[in-house]
Design a protein around this ligand. Structure first.
Ligand code: FES
Length: 109
């Protein structure tokens, strides 16, 4: 079972975070987090691929799937589920909430 910390981190405004791309990498408390916007909803998962040292937010983002730029494994950004080989482990998913135009993220333990 995934637990979460108590702290909601203010990340910034949606307008500043998302320009042409619907995905963005940020760092929260030293943890690299990928932010992905799907039909107006922002999802957050660990940005470092569970298969190797690649940043998912640098990959191809289509619908609700992000393709790792290194070996093309696909993750579902809505929950972090690993969808295709060579991935064998899901990415951690983190809670998000938006107040007005401001995004907050609460890291999973
Ligand atoms: S490093 Fe991501 S699929 Fe290999």
């Amino acid at each position: 079972m995934t637990t979460v910390t108590d702290t909601w981190h203010c990340i910034g405004t949606l307008g500043d975070l998302f320009g042409e791309r619907a995905c963005k990498g940020v760092e929260i408390d030293g943890v690299k987090i990928g932010l992905f916007r799907v039909e107006g909803i922002v999802f957050a998962i660990d940005d470092i691929c569970t298969h190797g040292q690649a940043l998912l937010s640098d990959g191809e983002f289509d619908g609700h799937e992000i393709e790792c730029p290194l070996h093309a494994g696909l993750f579902d950004v809505r929950c972090g589920k690993a969808l295709t080989p060579p991935l064998t482990r899901d990415a951690r998913a983190h809670e998000t909430r938006v107040e007005g135009d401001t995004l907050f993220v609460r890291l999973a333990d």
